[in-house]
Design a protein around this ligand. Structure first.
Ligand SMILES: Cc1cc2nc3c(=O)[nH]c(=O)nc-3n(C[C@H](O)[C@H](O)[C@H](O)COP(=O)(O)O)c2cc1C
Length: 174
């Protein structure tokens, strides 16, 4: 099973980027995780949809090759992060996103608004959020890096469990 994982934060020491890096390390041998990049995408403009935009082409190819999408994104002012919403807007009119199974990771359990908004957006885009696979880990306020998350007994167990549920939801359809 191939997964594409996206962090909605461009911050150098982002907890959400840490989470997707930990997910990649924790993934079992039969699950290959590719961490995608949204940082080079231009601001979404429907007038540019026919243009050759290398960062968009790379993202679309990675999504096309993936059996599932993992999104870990922060909440900013009760909303979805701008970089993530920008990336999703670029994907609205393509054929890659509809029906893709989605695992959501929330690194700040107090942040509910952005998670709810994200669910609404990806569902509107015909993505399939797998609720059993979607997890919350209290990374905010810690200084853990990816290896630290991997070595954290509770957080690594939660991510492993989410990955297993994601696998169980996707595998029968492969
Ligand atoms: C501009 C800004 C607005 C924020 N607004 C919220 C908010 O509304 N609710 C919340 O729970 N956290 C909020 N936060 C905290 C971030 O969600 C938190 O720091 C998160 O870890 C950032 O993600 P990152 O570590 O992946 O960069 C905000 C942070 C910033 C910088």
């Amino acid at each position: 099973m191939k997964l594409l994982a996206l962090s909605g934060s461009l911050r150098r020491l982002s907890h959400n980027t840490t989470a997707v890096k930990a997910l990649k390390i924790l993934a079992p041998d039969h699950v290959e995780v590719t961490i995608g990049s949204i940082s080079e995408l231009p601001l979404f403009n429907p007038d540019r949809e026919g243009e050759n935009i290398p960062a968009l082409a790379t993202l679309k190819l990675a999504l096309e090759a993936a059996d599932g999408l993992v999104i870990s994104s922060p909440e900013y002012a009760h909303g979805i992060s701008g970089p993530l919403k920008n990336a999703l807007d670029w994907l609205v009119s393509g054929s890659e996103f509809p029906e893709i199974p989605i695992m959501l990771i929330n690194t700040s359990p107090r942040a509910r608004h952005a998670q709810d908004a994200l669910r609404e957006v990806v569902t509107t885009m015909s993505g399939r959020v797998i609720e059993k696979a979607s997890v919350s880990i209290p990374l905010l306020g810690t200084e853990l890096d990816a290896q630290g998350v991997v070595e954290h007994p509770e957080m690594s167990t939660v991510i492993r469990h989410g990955l297993n549920e994601f696998y169980l939801a996707i595998a029968p359809k492969l």
